[in-house]
Design a binder for this molecule. Structure first.
Ligand SMILES: Nc1ncnc2c1ncn2[C@@H]1O[C@H](COP(=O)(O)OP(=O)(O)OP(=O)(O)O)[C@@H](O)[C@H]1O
Ligand SMILES: [Mg+2]
Length: 630
């Protein structure tokens, strides 16, 4: 019995350590809420949806599986070869030529295995990237299809994280994880069978350590899941914060809030840093622990193998040769390594699944405003619009429009006026079906807009919104918005029509002048004129203009006024105006107050009425008089 003391001592040390870990595990269980992923989708459901993306590349995966067999074979065969060589070298009748043959075979297997690994990773990377871009594109297209209401619900930074970081995590799964998982499982099983065939007693000795590895792995997974989750949340948090605050950095500067914002950012950055450190710490504990088990098993092997004469040593009745010891020494590392990687890879897999779930949750957001099954295509629109007792609320119960009814004949110009928050912008966005109304009907050419395909409906509208959005690119790309078959002359003609040519001509690049993000190298008035040109080029039947409240210099105001008057002749025009002078020639002026129509009629009719419009007009008129006197 005494001869197995070293073994017993080792076992005891490992036992105590595992006990410590069991205790730690029990403590973790109490904090389960903080640890568990709040996953709602089943793994099988996620796998099914991911496989859908992998399906077109199934041939490549089969090829990789085939190539992988070679590297698995190398892992299993090479220790046997080295063992053989060791035996042979010790032999009395040792021949150098035989040694060369063996070494040659070993080198050949190694080379083939390396080549296979190379081919395998190239094919996988390519396939992974293809799958990744397919998911990314689908996701982007889906986000584009979401309704305004849904888009308001998710912060932009979160969406950016979904399209970038989360899709990356999924691509890792296709390029590394799945194949390595499979390979590691095969290697573990293969090595186990080979060890059993070689010497079952030593195999049993090695297997004694497996329960501990499994135990540590389970605990490691618990810890690392939590660490992963923190890193992920931290990344999303920072992305969200960045995307919002970088867009608003000018406001931050104007209000001298840099230090405050920096503090917030530092907190978030430190939090992410801590989460990363925590993650590294978890790994840095796990790896040495498994390594310790590996060393312990190697020591046992050496002890048993080295006892007495190496040759013909018996352990529990079976003979151990020096070759067996060498082969086992190699097998043990080939056995422990994949177990350790498996644990880590399962974690990556979990995190990839979590990312996939987040992505699929976005996919599952069904656009609220959708085409009816039998929605019709509108080829031509005359431009007649009618609101019939329309009730609408952004938040259930809080009515923004309360029974609004009006009629606009084709090619008429109708203006909406009213105090801020009275529902003017809301009316315009309802016509384009950015939101669906709760009660009543909106009709275009006497057809309920819910019976018209959304894309076909919006094609006939030219929207010029309150805050003009220019994309980074050129003036041309911003006017065309990828509309094809429009010549430069036509673009310039549109610009001339709306008086945008005056400032474009002065620019060095003309139509090719660079537009920076959100068009911040142009003035508000210039942006407005560009949005007019954009609308004219797209030749809509109905033009919708939400006039900017921003102050525009008098010269540009005159230009805008002039181009508006010209545009009124093109088709139906709905216009929200803050300067009442803009809309004096409108066919109908609708005055809104708290979501209800208070007055309507032409400029003259409303003035004669001496009601709210009259008050507003005289107020603005006097203000203008005062300004011009100053
Ligand atoms: N996306 C939204 N979610 C919830 N409420 C909203 C939303 N957009 C607007 N509202 C609310 O609806 C009401 C009407 O807003 P709307 O934008 O139509 O006003 P407006 O008449 O265009 O004002 P302004 O002259 O300032 O542009 C406001 O009380 C506003 O708070
Ligand atoms: Mg508005």
């Amino acid at each position: 019995m005494r001869e197995y003391y070293p073994l017993l001592i080792l076992g005891a040390i490992v036992g105590v350590l595992s006990l410590c870990f069991v205790l730690a595990y029990a403590m973790m269980k109490n904090k389960k809420e903080a640890i568990g992923f709040d996953r709602n989708m089943k793994d099988s459901e996620i796998a099914r949806r991911l496989l859908h993306y992998a399906k077109p590349h199934v041939g490549k995966f089969i090829f990789v599986g085939f190539v992988m067999l070679f590297s698995i074979a190398y892992d299993i065969v090479s220790p046997l070869l080295v063992g053989e060589i060791e035996e042979m070298v010790k032999d009395a009748g040792f021949e150098l030529s035989r040694l060369f043959t063996y070494v040659g075979v070993y080198a050949a297997i190694l080379l083939v295995s390396l080549a296979c690994t190379y081919v395998q990773s190239i094919v996988l990377q390519k396939t992974g990237q293809k799958i990744l871009s397919a998911i990314r594109q689908d996701l982007f297209a889906h986000i584009e299809s979401l309704s305004h209401e849904q888009l308001h619900q998710i912060p932009v930074g979160k969406l950016v994280t979904r399209v970038t970081n989360d899709t990356n995590a999924i691509s890792m799964m296709f390029t590394h994880l799945l194949v390595n998982l499979l390979k590691n499982i095969c290697v573990i099983l293969g090595v186990l069978v080979a060890m059993l065939l070689l010497n079952y007693e030593l195999t049993l000795m090695v297997l004694c350590f497996v329960p501990f590895v499994v135990l540590f792995t389970v605990i490691f997974r618990k810890f690392s899941r939590r660490a992963y989750r923190r890193v992920k949340d931290g990344t999303t948090d920072i992305n969200t914060y960045l995307s919002e605050n970088l867009s608003g950095v000018k406001i931050t500067q104007i209000f001298n809030r840099e230090a405050r914002k920096m503090e917030d950012f530092r907190d978030k950055s430190l939090q992410l840093g801590k989460a990363k450190q925590n993650q590294i710490f978890v790994f840095s504990v796990f790896r040495p622990v498994v390594y310790m088990l590996y060393i312990a098993s190697v020591m046992c092997l050496m002890y048993l193998g080295g006892k007495g004469y190496i040759k013909d040593t018996a352990f529990m009745g079976q003979v151990i040769t020096s070759g067996t010891v060498v082969t086992f020494y190699m097998y043990i590392s080939k056995f422990f390594n994949p177990i350790q990687s498996l644990a880590e890879q399962f974690n990556f897999l979990q995190s990839a699944f979590a990312s996939a779930e987040k992505i699929f949750t976005v996919f599952d957001m069904q656009p609220i405003v959708v085409d009816e099954p039998d929605a019709i295509e509108l080829d031509e629109v005359k431009g007649e619009i009618e609101f019939r007792d329309v009730w609408f609320a952004y938040v259930p119960g809080e009515w923004v429009l309360k029974g609004v009814s009006f009629h606009v004949s084709a090619r008429e110009t109708v203006a909406f006026v009213g105090s801020t928050g009275s529902g003017k912008t809301t009316i315009l966005s309802l016509i384009c079906r950015n939101y669906d109304i709760q009660k009543g009907q909106i009709l275009i050419d006497s057809i309920d807009i819910r019976h018209i395909k959304i894309s076909s409906l919006r094609r006939h509208f030219g929207q010029m919104l309150q805050d003009v959005f220019l994309f980074s690119g050129t003036i041309r790309s911003n006017i065309l918005l990828r509309k094809e078959g429009v010549s430069d002359e036509e673009v310039m003609e549109a610009c001339r029509y709306v008086n945008a040519d005056r400032f474009i001509d002065k620019l060095e690049g003309g139509l090719d002048e660079i537009v920076r993000e959100r068009g911040n190298n142009f003035s508000a008035g210039q942006r407005q004129l560009l949005s007019f040109a954009r609308t004219i080029v797209h030749k809509p039947a109905v033009m919708i203009l939400d006039e900017a409240t921003a102050n525009i210099d008098t010269e540009t105001e005159i230009l805008i006024q002039d181009s508006l008057e010209k545009m009124m002749n093109i088709g139906t025009m709905l216009i929200v105006a803050h300067r009442l002078s803009t809309i004096q020639h409108a066919d109908n002026i609708i005055l809104l107050s708290h979501g209800e129509i208070l007055e309507q009629g032409t400029h003259q009719e409303l003035l004669r009425k001496k009601g709210r419009y009259y008050q507003l007009y005289t107020l603005q008129y006097h203000k203008q008089q005062l300004q011009s006197e100053n």
